[in-house]
Design a protein around this ligand. Structure first.
Ligand code: HEM
Length: 427
């Protein structure tokens, strides 16, 4: 067992000194996981196979555990790659949390309670009654307070609730920034970030900043005076969809990069059929993303509060008020009826296409993890559509709507996982 801590040369000596095959394999696995250059050991291991009377395939079995990164960057230790992978998946998990928190903030109508944006000052919430009253006074100058207060009087404790919701969402965003940048800088310094990952880290940093900017740009649209007194103050659906879309992209990038560090390659023969399956898997991923963006338009216009019936909209397949707005193209994005029509039919088509894709994959020679992903994709798409229908039929209660929103991210994650499983081994 003392071999575990010894350098490769001594490990090999250990082989020669007549250890049992299973011990050798165990040592080999452990050593490969922690050594700096697994390929070096592998080459030496090659020479040993004759002495040990072991097939090389058994000796290199542990190398099957190596990740995408280790194939292209053998100089980074496997342990380091696993740590970096875990950190990236952690960042993806935090983005997932931010999306849920953002959804609940919107559903509880809390998103417009902080009426300005300061990177550092915002981090300290009001400390005493006077500061709370000052913050409340600021909020009272904006249309949302006037609208809500006209329905039912808003107390300071009501205000505190919506303030803390938005505060939590903003702080969570800053925490993601820290959780990404601080360990990222450390890993860079240690040389644990691969060459290919460096530009991606830059892109992720830029996207994180952009996400914060889009968040404030969206809130600003909800603080502007509305044209008519009766108009409900709400953020622009275009900006809401952009904020949600960029969060989904950020999340997917974190997830993909994490998988690249943690998941080993699949050995796939890319026949015509497999190339078609791979292309379709990417298509499903894009379709899920587009359906999710169309859902953000439904959320932004509160379009889930009209036509609360399924499968028909009231008693029609095509409602009569779909073209009310001029110019006509605006109906696609600004008419709640049209927006809901789009989302439900896009969603239904997505589920049907995923079912067709699943059927097509049944007899294909998929590796086990990819097969699992295809099955999970079908199951989750059905769950997600059922959640959407329930949200609609029950008039958008916060817990159901928030679950429907997170469901879309789970579905997208499965599609990201599937496409990752179908990657080619670089030459
Ligand atoms: C593949 C299936 C689906 C996906 C990926 C999806 C995705 C989404 C997303 C991302 C949102 C925005 C949530 C937010 O920003 O808070 C949303 C909202 C919504 N979706 Fe879906 N959806 C799907 C299926 C459906 C179906 C089949 C229906 C009903 C027929 C539906 C009804 C709704 C409603 C009513 C909302 C608005 C909820 C709110 O105001 O918070 N969805 N959807």
């Amino acid at each position: 067992m003392e071999c575990l801590t010894l350098p490769p040369k001594n490990l090999i000596k250990g082989f020669v000194h007549g250890k049992s095959h299973s011990t050798i394999l165990q040592l080999c696995t452990r050593q490969l996981r922690t050594c700096r250059n697994p390929y070096q050991i592998l080459n030496k291991g090659n020479k040993l196979t004759s002495k040990l009377n072991l097939p090389l395939s058994r000796l290199i079995q542990p190398l099957r555990q190596t990740t995408t990164i280790s194939k292209t960057n053998p100089e980074i230790s496997l342990r380091a790659q696993k740590i970096v992978g875990g950190w990236l998946i952690g960042c993806a998990g935090m983005c997932f949390g931010a999306v849920i928190l953002g959804g609940v903030t919107r559903l509880t109508e809390s998103g417009l309670s902080m009426v300005d944006w300061r990177l550092l000052k915002d981090m300290k919430p009001p400390q005493n009654l006077q500061e709370w009253e000052e913050e409340f006074e600021k909020y009272k100058q904006f249309p949302e307070y006037k609208y809500v207060n006209a329905q039912h009087e808003m107390s300071l404790s009501d205000f505190k609730f919506i303030f803390y919701m938005e505060y939590g969402h903003r702080m969570w965003g800053r925490l993601i920034g820290l959780a990404f940048l601080l360990p990222g800088a450390y890993f860079l310094k240690k040389g644990w970030i691969s060459k290919g990952m460096k530009p991606r880290m830059l892109a992720l940093t830029a996207l994180l900043g952009f996400q914060g900017f889009l968040g404030w740009y969206m809130v600003k649209s909800g603080l502007e005076e509305k044209q008519k007194e009766t108009d409900i103050p709400r953020v622009s659906q275009y900006r809401l969809a952009s904020h949600l879309g960029s969060a989904f992209i950020l999340y997917s990038l974190f997830l993909w990069s994490g998988f690249t560090h943690l998941l080993p390659y699949n050995k796939i023969e890319f026949t015509k059929e497999m190339r078609r399956i791979k292309g379709m898997a990417h298509g499903m991923k894009a379709l899920i993303f587009i359906t999710a963006i169309s859902g953000a338009f439904v959320a932004g216009l509160d379009a889930g509060l009209t036509y609360n019936s399924w499968p028909k909209m009231a008693d029609r397949w095509i409602p009569t008020d779909m073209w009310n707005i001029d110019p006509k193209w605006k109906n696609i994005f600004e008419n709640p009826t049209f927006v809901q029509f789009n989302h439900r039919h896009l969603a239904e088509s997505t589920v049907l296409l995923i079912a067709g894709f699943w059927w097509m994959c049944r007899k294909a020679p998929l590796p086990p993890r990819a097969r699992m992903a295809v099955n999970a994709l079908l199951a989750m798409s059905i769950i997600q559509a059922s959640l959407g229908i329930t949200t609609l039929l029950t008039y958008v209660p916060t817990p159901v709507a928030a679950t429907h929103q997170s469901g879309s991210l789970v579905l997208l994650s499965i599609a990201v996982w599937l496409t990752h499983e179908l990657r080619r081994i670089p030459k």
